[in-house]
Design a protein around this ligand. Structure first.
Ligand SMILES: [Cu+2]
Length: 260
């Protein structure tokens, strides 16, 4: 009896160790949808996100593999680029610490500041272990704007880009509120803006009322401002913002949203 049991345990251990040895390559798993895939220079980049790319704050996962689908490691950079007729420009970008990736996985965020179309086309330009690959992507304008831009009323020069990161799926009650704010310093430099004061008021335009118990977003880190927005009913709402710097109003953008 004991000998049989030991034998069974030994067999199980053998099976386990065999299957471990047979599958040394980590599998790439994600809950996200595949948006696009593109190959060049022996590298295949596949991009994943929770929805197709839109004008606003996009969270992107890239799978980096060779042409035989072996996941790669190493050094990486990415630059979003829009090729317009008379000029090229980049966009706000958030990268993880360090310029490395492992097990084929690289996560980053970018704010596409315009839709693809007649005005120009977007690529995500990767440099993977010194191989350059430009991945064409399509960016659409959502029905309700998820990014608004304005020129500062203070200096009439600085252009701010405000993205509504949360709520992504608004509901009746308290919702996490997150804004990401960047400025366009040049065609290539889009740094976060960390020193703004924000007053927020949700407003139901059709019924002309607001709501209690809101917390205006306050800067957390990297140009992300966190607060709470309270919707007392379903329908059409406007999130109205007054954005100030040093006590002076720079702009009063708003987001329209609708939910049932
Ligand atoms: Cu553009």
């Amino acid at each position: 009896m004991n000998k049989i049991r030991l034998g069974v345990i030994a067999m199980i251990m053998l099976i386990v160790s065999c299957s471990d040895d047979k599958d040394p390559v980590p599998k790439f798993e994600t809950e996200l949808s595949e948006i696009t895939t593109f190959s060049g220079g022996g590298i295949t980049v596949t991009l994943y996100a929770s929805e197709s790319f839109f004008v606003g704050f996009n969270k992107i996962t890239a799978k980096i593999a060779d042409d035989n689908d072996n996941l790669l490691n190493g050094n990486i950079s990415v630059t979003p680029m829009m090729d317009m007729m008379e000029m090229d420009h980049s966009a706000p970008l958030e990268l993880p610490e360090g310029n490395t990736f492992s097990d084929g996985k690289f996560e980053f965020n970018t704010v596409f500041v315009m839709p693809s179309g007649e005005m120009g086309s977007w690529t995500l330009n990767f440099d993977v272990n010194d191989t350059k690959i430009e991945v064409p992507v399509t960016v659409s304008q959502p029905e309700y704007a998820r990014m608004v831009s304005f020129v500062s009323a203070m200096d009439e020069t600085t252009k701010y880009f405000v993205s509504l990161v949360e709520p992504g799926a608004p509901q009746v009650g308290q919702n996490d509120m997150e804004l990401a704010i960047f400025e366009k310093e040049s065609m290539m430099a889009w740094p976060p803006v960390t020193d703004l004061e924000i007053e927020m008021e949700p407003w139901m335009v059709s019924m002309d009322h607001g709501s209690p118990n809101n917390v205006s977003p306050v800067h957390d880190s990297g140009g992300h401002y966190l607060g709470t927005v309270n919707f007392t009913m379903t329908g059409d709402w406007q999130i109205r913002l007054v954005i100030k710097q040093g006590g002076m109003v720079c702009g009063e953008p708003y987001f329209d949203l609708f939910f049932q």
